[in-house]
Design a protein around this ligand. Structure first.
Ligand code: SD4
Length: 348
């Protein structure tokens, strides 16, 4: 079978496949708000006022981000874990129903990076501003500079990490997606810290408003103890977030390098365009990540959550443990994502 025939056949069979899974959501009534992780439930609540008052999806996204970035104890925003040099550097992006998008990366000492990303989208001809340039832009636009002290939790985590870890840049960094050194000298993103807490901290959000318009946003302090200057998927449109108002949207959490390598959320949306359901589209993208990482797929985590234009939603992750929160008029709860590998048993 030649390639074209195969693609055509896949496109024809895709709609059939998409209804074969019992884990798929039943299409919800608009509006819908979806956010990653347990904290997503509170984020959805913070955004719901706008959606229920017939407001725009993009405003709901910003409201959700502001809520979570304000929570100093949470890992998103300035309360998050620093990079290995001790700086909290923030990544965020936003995308609306007209394919407008904006992002910031490596932004320091600004409380609301997603709002800065929105300003980039709305007031500049650019998509992504980084580091000092992003900071300068934020200050020019009325954002105020915050204290550079780490939050109490982040300081504790960082001090603990410093005891065991040495600064040791990896030479073949392009072959090693993450820079957290574990006790065997290997560089992987730990699924769990020593105290049992999970290494996840990214708030990915998707909103569909009553008009059916879809927007999304991501805000994060990024991978804990990353190299200074490292940018993750959360600032990269098509990786950590993608919206196509004709099809739907997807967002991600986990090892950003793997998401970037697969143009993760763009790939998910393209699978949905071909007729696959949100969960299956996420699964097929995760399968690519696993295929690209045969040797270490078991030690990395990536999760995608997606919603299609009909309001059906679903998720899929490399590992068990990824969860996402959904709010509609009927639903307000956290869902466990489908996954490829069962969670490894903890050694202790
Ligand atoms: C990153 N994707 O910086 C982020 C990390 C993450 O939950 O999602 N943590 O690579």
């Amino acid at each position: 079978m030649n390639r074209r025939k195969f693609i055509n056949l896949t496109a024809l069979t895709a709609p059939l496949l998409s209804f074969s899974k019992v884990t798929e959501s039943i299409p919800a009534v608009k509006p819908i708000m979806i956010s990653t992780w347990e904290e997503g439930k509170n984020v959805n609540k913070a955004a719901w006022g706008i959606l229920s008052e017939k407001g725009r999806a993009i405003d709901a996204i910003e409201a959700g981000a502001i809520y979570v970035e304000d929570k100093i104890s949470c890992c998103v925003g300035l309360g998050g874990n620093p990079d290995r040099d001790g700086f909290v550097t923030l990544d965020a992006c936003i995308m609306d129903e007209n394919a407008n998008c904006g992002a910031v990366a490596g932004l320091e000492r600004i409380k609301h990076p997603l709002s800065v990303a929105r300003k980039v989208m709305e007031t500049t001809p650019h998509v992504l501003l980084v580091g000092d340039g992003a900071l300068k832009f934020a200050l020019q636009n009325g954002f105020t500079i915050e204290n550079k002290e780490l939050s109490i939790d982040a300081k504790k985590e960082y001090e603990k990490w410093l005891k065991k870890s040495t600064y040791k840049p990896v030479i073949n960094i392009e072959n090693l997606p993450v820079q957290v050194e574990n006790k065997d000298g290997a560089f992987t993103m730990p699924l769990k810290f020593d105290d049992g807490s999970f290494n996840h901290d990214t708030m990915g959000m998707i909103a569909m408003d009553v008009s059916g318009n879809v927007s999304g946003g991501v805000t994060t302090s990024g991978m804990a103890f990353k190299m200074h200057g490292r940018v993750g998927d959360s600032a990269v449109i098509g990786a950590g977030l993608f919206v196509d108002n004709e099809v739907g949207a997807a967002t991600s959490s986990g090892v950003g390098e793997e998401v970037i390598r697969t143009c993760g959320t763009h790939t998910v949306v393209e699978f949905m365009r071909r007729g696959y359901s949100p969960e299956t589209a996420c699964k097929k993208t995760i399968e690519r990540i696993i295929k690209n990482n045969k040797a270490r797929a078991k030690t990395l985590q990536v999760g995608f959550v997606a919603v299609n234009k009909k309001g059906a939603y679903g998720a899929y992750a490399v590992q068990e443990g990824f969860v996402y929160a959904v709010k509609t008029k009927q639903v307000d709860r956290i869902f466990k994502s489908a996954f490829f590998y069962k969670a490894p048993k903890s050694e202790d």
